[in-house]
Design a protein around this ligand. Structure first.
Ligand code: PEP
Length: 258
């Protein structure tokens, strides 16, 4: 089965509104001469306060080559949840995808596997796509529990989801020790873990679902690493942090996935 590649830029807590507009326009400019159908699914994830501005820039351009994601959401629809944003609110701002379970959210904001599962359900119920992050710490890797830990994260994140919902979801395997450190995980090892994740999905569901779900690698992806990563059998794209913050490097990564 051929899966459409995905390149998603996680801007984290960067970019005021004007900077978000400039970066969005810059990316679209870089991709201007590319055939839309040949491009991977290109996604940008600005911070909450820049989503509206980035969405307006995308709509003003109208090229349809770049899509919008949020970096987080809350699983309740509405109510007394000060400081939170529901999936419906993010959809209303133009988001089609939402990143959940990023290691920074797990580490600094107490996001648990159970919360990731509730968020995934709310996102899918609104017709959006969850980008479900998983990954091991250096201590877990050194202790030899990488596969066990990730299989457990994925099993809990997908609990009670239907096969058709899982088939349209995206998983991002992001070894924590590779995020923002410049230490990229060896491509064959990233591919091995991603194939293991696909096998977990197959065990929970079926071969079709496992063949359909897109699984990305994330962790210090750069223009000069993407081709080797994309050449692997099971890596369907990348979740990119630092290198998504300039139009030139992000566009090079996008083009490297074509
Ligand atoms: C990320 O935060 O999802 C990430 C992969 O960051 P970086 O590319 O900077 O390692």
């Amino acid at each position: 089965m051929s899966r459409k590649p995905v390149i998603a830029g996680n801007w984290k807590m960067h970019n005021l509104q004007q900077a978000a507009i400039d970066l969005t326009n810059g990316i679209m400019q870089e991709l201007k001469s590319e055939d839309k159908n040949a491009l991977p699914e290109v996604i940008i994830a600005p911070t909450f306060t820049s989503l509206y501005a980035a969405n307006k820039a995308l709509r003003d351009c109208g090229c349809g080559k770049v899509r919008l994601a949020a970096q987080n959401c809350y699983f309740e629809e509405k109510g007394a949840f000060t400081g939170e944003c529901s999936v419906q609110m993010l959809k209303d701002t133009g988001c089609e995808y939402i990143i959940i379970g990023h290691s920074e959210r797990r580490e600094y904001f107490g996001e648990t596997d159970e919360m990731v599962n509730k968020k995934a359900k709310s996102i899918l119920a609104e017709g959006l796509v969850p980008i479900i992050c998983c990954g091991e710490s250096l201590a877990q890797r050194e202790a030899g529990v990488t596969d066990y830990h990730i299989a457990s994260q994925i099993t809990k994140a997908l609990r009670d989801l239907s096969a058709s919902d899982v088939a349209k979801s995206i998983i991002a395997y992001e070894p924590i020790w590779a995020i923002g450190t410049g230490k990229t995980c060896d491509s064959t090892e990233a591919n091995r873990v991603i194939a293991m994740i696909r096998n977990v999905v197959k065990g929970l569901y079926d071969a079709n679902t496992a063949d359909s779900i897109r699984i990305l690698y994330g962790g210090s992806v750069k223009p000069n690493t993407i081709k080797e990563q994309m050449a692997q059998s099971d890596i369907d794209g990348a979740l990119v942090g630092g290198a998504s913050l300039t139009a030139d490097s992000f566009a090079q990564i996008v083009k490297g996935a074509m």
